[in-house]
Design a protein around this ligand. Sequence first.
Ligand SMILES: Cc1cc2nc3c(=O)[nH]c(=O)nc-3n(C[C@H](O)[C@H](O)[C@H](O)COP(=O)(O)OP(=O)(O)OC[C@H]3O[C@@H](n4cnc5c(N)ncnc54)[C@H](O)[C@@H]3O)c2cc1C
Length: 441
Amino acid sequence: MPAPLTPIESTPELPDRADVVVIGGGIIGVFTAYYLARRGMQVALIEKGRIGAEQSSRNWGWCRQQNRDARELPMATLALDLWERFAAETDEDTGFRRCGLLYLSNDDAELAGWSRWGEFARGVGVKTQMLSAAAAAEHGRVTGKPWKGGVFSPSDGTADPSRAASAVARAVMRLGGSVHQGCAARGIETEGGRLSAVVTERGTIRSRAAVLAGGAWASSFCSQQGIRFPQATIRQTVMAVAPGAVELPSTLHTAGISLTRRGDGGYLLAISGRARVDPTPQFLRFSPQFLPMFLRRWRSLSPGGLEGLRSGHESLARWRLDQPTPMERMRILDPKVDAATVRLTHRRALELVPALKERAVTAAWAGYIDSTPDGVPGIGETAALPGLVLAAGFSGHGFGIGPGAGHLIADIVSGATPIVDPRPYHPDRFHTSAWGKVAEF
Ligand SMILES: Cc1cc2nc3c(=O)[nH]c(=O)nc-3n(C[C@H](O)[C@H](O)[C@H](O)COP(=O)(O)OP(=O)(O)OC[C@H]3O[C@@H](n4cnc5c(N)ncnc54)[C@H](O)[C@@H]3O)c2cc1C
């Protein structure tokens, strides 16, 4: 069974004009469209497959400040408030709860790292508590194991990936925006060097502004416009088990395995960081820029196969605007599950929490996580094509910070005061420094 996803209806008619066209209906695109529509702007949200069907429904659902890179922390903090505010503003339920995130460890170096991060984070007002061995054993009593320590971040939480993006897209439509599924944006038209229209497979939408929130497809779309956006994807496999009788913590992270309660009461099981790298032409093009990232994470990465070539999202080929593009051949990026990872994940989960034995395995799926060389997203107007705002490369963190990122992107497009300092995210940094500081977590 694939990742569960709540379906929504599309707006029947494609408009021929919009104030802003948002390309990509993942969590970033829908929140961008939401904050634009709230300002009274006419927004058309274009999705080649289904709202939320790629990374945004396949993730763990963690919305965390804990262990965030300093460049992303302000946005992560604001995003938590915005998840709550969205529910109050719309009556839609994204499943967001401030359930707290629990980390346990027997590794002194890991604990020391969390402690250092905690000192820095408390200095900027973030709530995070280091746990002694006794407190860790109490928080992690479901494991029945001793722990050297841990950390609990009470104001962090989770949202439900199976319904969050759909809930936000429905809110966009209620605000007067239009949402078009099964509609790929093929390219951009320009006038006087500025974006003047977005060409889709169903027609052209005239607009002075567009946001490219295309997730794993952003780099290949950019290269059609002559814009260089270094991006790489890694394939992660996760699995789900059914609800059960024994009460488990809402979240639990250990080096070997992590658990997350899902909206249906079942649990998502996953091995943090473990992923396959599927070589593609785009991967070879940008690999020198990703060396520091891969060196930092090499222990958890292993070579994949031809999956990336088959998917077509990292092709370097040029496409025409009057013919079907790779995005229409691959409506939903649904990469192959890594069977060895599923077996290992389940074994580790049962070792950690024996009470999971009573729960049947209900699903396993994989997702391509799109990353930038420094692990921080690329958000900002492209110098090469005024009017086009890039918003991609969320590097495994985009779900939780989705509302904060969407707000910032809407600020940039509408010329409002940015909700957070946009400079750390601007994609120009990929041209000026070959190897930026890689995000630590
Ligand atoms: C296994 C896994 C676990 C993760 N865990 C977490 C977590 O716990 N917390 C967290 O914060 N993040 C997590 N992430 C990362 C998070 O899911 C992503 O960062 C986030 O969903 C990215 O959102 P997005 O909107 O940028 O991309 P996506 O959700 O991938 O959406 C992009 C959309 O754009 C569409 N598109 C692309 N090109 C076009 C085009 N030309 N025309 C029309 N449509 C187009 C695609 O079809 C797609 O639907 C995880 C990811 C995975 C895979």
